[in-house]
Design a protein around this ligand. Structure first.
Ligand code: NAI
Length: 248
């Protein structure tokens, strides 16, 4: 029996990067995959095709996680198409890095809305489904930057720290109904988000990592499988770092 057989997972920002790696790994473990991204484009269609090729039910939805109305409609559409939602991964996220001195109000609002309000939106949207099922696992993609802070990322760090407070609160609220909520704090993971960094910054980051390499989206996916599966049935309200030891 595969670890996620019979489960339906909803992953935001799933067309590429870490979200896509999670979707592929979950599908390999037998889960049906609903995933969202800002728009239904050729990248989403390609991811959907790769998932269907693994022999599971899969569908991509164009939906803005920062929009409350979109999030409610997304959860309704997933229940209509898949019948249930066992796992929610709040993965959609962006950066607008700058020192506070140069950070615009717009960049602050944008990062907080996409990274943090989206977690409220989607969690609220799936809550009643999971409560009725009397089971569910919510996984919030935070960051080591949310735990430790980082120069030039005060908006991003605040959004990711906010996710941790939200995670612990929801774990306390929903635990009695067997709905779990945990956060993953990835370190330096190779995706389009980190490819934007200059080479010297990347080299500097990697030199500070005890395991002396950047992480792969698959490293994050392995921990997500654990948190989504019944292997973690007694784990809630926790933050698990996947960072090669960068944060201890
Ligand atoms: P990415 O930029 O490669 O992928 C993010 C995906 O989210 C994209 O497909 C994007 O279109 C989508 N997205 C953005 N805004 C959205 C919205 N409003 N609604 C729906 N989808 C939206 O990023 P990556 O690296 O895969 O990051 C995934 C998550 O992991 C993010 O929350 C990020 O903050 C977090 N993370 C990433 C780290 C890294 O080193 N790459 C480290 C720590 C955390």
């Amino acid at each position: 029996m595969k670890l996620l057989e019979g489960k339906v997972a909803l992953i935001t920002g799933g067309s590429r990067g870490i979200g896509k790696a999670l979707a592929m790994r979950f599908a390999a473990e037998g889960a049906a995959i609903a995933f969202s991204d800002l728009r239904r484009d050729e990248i989403m269609e390609q991811t959907e095709k790769e998932l269907l090729d693994l022999g599971v039910q899969a569908k991509g939805y164009g939906s803005n996680a920062a929009s409350f109305d979109d999030s409610i409609q997304l959860a309704e559409a997933v229940v209509a198409d898949f019948g249930r939602i066992d796992v929610l991964i709040n993965n959609a996220g962006i950066t607008r890095d700058n020192l506070l001195m140069r950070m615009s109000e717009q960049d602050w609002d944008m990062v907080l809305t996409v990274n943090l309000k989206s977690v409220f939106n989607l969690t609220k949207a799936v809550q009643s489904v999971m409560l009725k099922q009397r089971s569910g696992s919510i996984i919030n993609m935070s960051s080591v930057v949310g735990v430790n802070g980082n120069k030039g990322q005060s908006n991003y760090a605040a959004s990711k720290a906010g996710m941790i407070g939200f995670t612990k609160s929801i774990a306390a609220e929903l635990g009695s109904r067997n709905v779990r909520c945990n956060a993953i704090a990835p370190g330096f993971i190779e995706t389009e988000m980190t490819h934007k960094l200059p080479d010297d910054v990347r080299t500097q980051w990697i030199s500070t990592i005890p395991l002396r390499r950047s992480g792969k989206p698959e490293d994050v996916a392995d921990v997500a499988v654990f948190l989504a599966s019944d292997l973690s049935a007694y784990v809630t309200g926790q933050v698990i770092s996947v960072c090669g030891g960068m944060s201890m």
